[in-house]
Design a protein around this ligand. Structure first.
Ligand SMILES: Cc1ncc(COP(=O)(O)O)c(C=O)c1O
Length: 463
């Protein structure tokens, strides 16, 4: 049964969705046209936003412009790929120059050496290979863990997303009904089309639950190849690891001859120059990168220890792909690493991060909202729960309608946050400025003003 507050929130959402649709007639026309030959009218199922897909015209600096000419501060960042912002001069120059010299040879070009060396310096892992998407990087990491150890089972964390290949499409977003007990989460298929025989090879543990990993290693001696994890969870808002968790995982796994992979596809360059790997001081056996690495061009990387990557070098595992390390991607990644994500850029992002946290936290306090802000470098989000969240089960309990309402208020106010409510985070790029953050904060205040009186949400009611 709907409470009064639920139905008030539904009315607010309906009003905001009406504003959204009114502002975007060209997007509506394109969406209708697209349905003729594009399945679902989009190029990836995650572009089907509510109330309708937003069709973009172009991006420049910290802004994107929709097909209707509306301007947005872009904090969607292409699901975390636009750390350089849009049309960054260094990326444009690198891509333009390489395009004029040929975009694909399937033979290595010197930029690959420079990119691998810079990644080795930042992440403390000596050997690298390249791919084209985060999915490919984590697929290779899982294959490599299995091939290197000669074992079939892997462990993944409930609520972590690692791309859309079979082995990791397990317990990404299970419902409370199917997830099983917290101490023994079930392996729940996250997509249709995945054979049960493959799902069964992926064992699931809660984030921050070292005990479960220890018990799995005991229950399957000599059978677990390794574990893949987002070292800061970023497909469930933002959930940081508790002190000692990442080091504890590494030690437990290594004691049993199993490997540890950090999926830093999202966290990679965004939380700091060397990802969570450098921040935490815990160096895993393998690291996966993608998203921001190419400054907006598709590229992924897999880094590893000398021992594990020797298995690739010697042909024990063939890591292959027609477009792997293509010259266009390597030129863009080189410019990104050497010219865009500099020390000064990280200082600038840190100033903006602090400004966003201060402004939104002030609004939360002023309006007495049961919410808090979580950030990690360039990434951040508002969690609509009063308490810190430590795992997927805590995340599941937070209210999604409020996140959707917040997204709509931001969008209608000229800030493009990533859609999908409470799952995603903002991304501050090197090209954002104070005025961009101030627009985010101002919109948050408008949202807070509209919803603060809902009893389900507020800790206290304003006089
Ligand atoms: C942590 C993580 N790993 C892997 C992926 C898959 O990357 P891609 O969409 O480039 O295949 C994603 C995508 O969102 C991700 O967030």
């Amino acid at each position: 049964m709907l409470t009064q507050a639920d139905s008030k929130l539904s009315v607010i959402i309906a009003e905001q969705e009406a504003v959204f649709v009114r502002r975007q007639p060209a997007s509506a026309r394109l969406a209708a046209l697209a349905r003729e030959h594009l399945a679902g009218g989009v190029t990836s199922s995650w572009q089907i936003t509510q109330p309708q897909p937003v069709w973009l015209s172009h991006g420049a600096g910290s802004k994107v412009y929709d097909a209707d000419g509306n301007e947005y501060v872009d904090l969607h960042g292409g699901y975390g790929a636009a750390l350089a912002g849009h049309a960054h001069p260094a990326i444009v120059r690198a891509v333009r120059e390489q395009a004029g010299r040929g975009t694909h040879f399937a033979q290595p070009t010197p930029d690959a050496i420079a990119v691998a060396a810079e990644l080795a310096r930042r992440f403390g892992l000596p050997r690298w290979r390249f791919a084209n998407s985060g999915t490919e990087a984590t697929m290779d990491a899982v294959h490599l863990m299995r091939s290197y150890t000669g074992r079939d089972l892997i462990i993944k964390v409930e609520g972590c997303y690692h791309g859309h290949h079979d082995s990791v499409q397990v317990s990404v977003m299970p419902s409370a009904d199917e997830a099983g007990p917290a101490s023994r989460p079930a392996s729940v298929p996250s997509s249709s089309g995945i054979p049960a025989a493959i799902t069964d090879l992926t064992l699931v543990a809660g984030f921050n639950d070292l005990g479960r990993v220890a018990r799995l290693l005991d229950a399957y001696p000599g059978q677990i190849a390794g574990m893949i994890i987002e070292p800061i969870m970023m497909n469930a808002g933002i959930i940081p690891p508790l002190p000692g968790y990442l080091a504890g995982l590494r030690d437990l796994l290594h004691a049993r001859g199993a490997l540890l992979t950090f999926d830093e596809v999202k966290t990679g360059l965004t939380v700091g120059p060397g990802g969570v790997t450098a921040l935490s001081g815990v160096t895993p056996d393998l690291v996966c990168l993608a998203k921001s690495l190419g400054g907006g061009v598709a590229v992924a990387a897999i880094g590893g220890t000398a021992e594990v990557m020797e298995h690739v070098a010697s042909g024990g595992y063939e890591m292959v792909g027609t477009f792997n390390g293509n010259p266009l991607a390597m030129a863009a990644a080189r410019a990104m690493l050497c010219e865009v994500v500099t020390e000064a850029a990280y200082e600038h992002i840190e100033d903006l991060r602090a400004r966003a946290v201060a402004g939104i936290s002030r609004a939360i306090a002023d309006y007495g909202l049961s919410a808090h802000v979580v950030t990690a470098g360039a990434k951040g989000c508002v969690v609509f729960s009063p308490d810190p969240v430590h795992d997927y089960r805590g995340f599941l309990a937070a209210d999604d309608s409020l996140s959707h309402a917040h997204w709509l208020f931001q969008h209608n106010g000229g800030v493009f946050l990533p859609p999908w409510g409470k799952i995603e985070q903002w991304l501050i790029s090197v090209q954002h400025g104070e005025a961009d953050i101030d627009r985010l904060v101002a919109n948050f205040r408008t949202f807070a003003d509209a919803i603060h009186s809902l009893q389900i949400f507020t800790g206290k009611t304003l006089p």
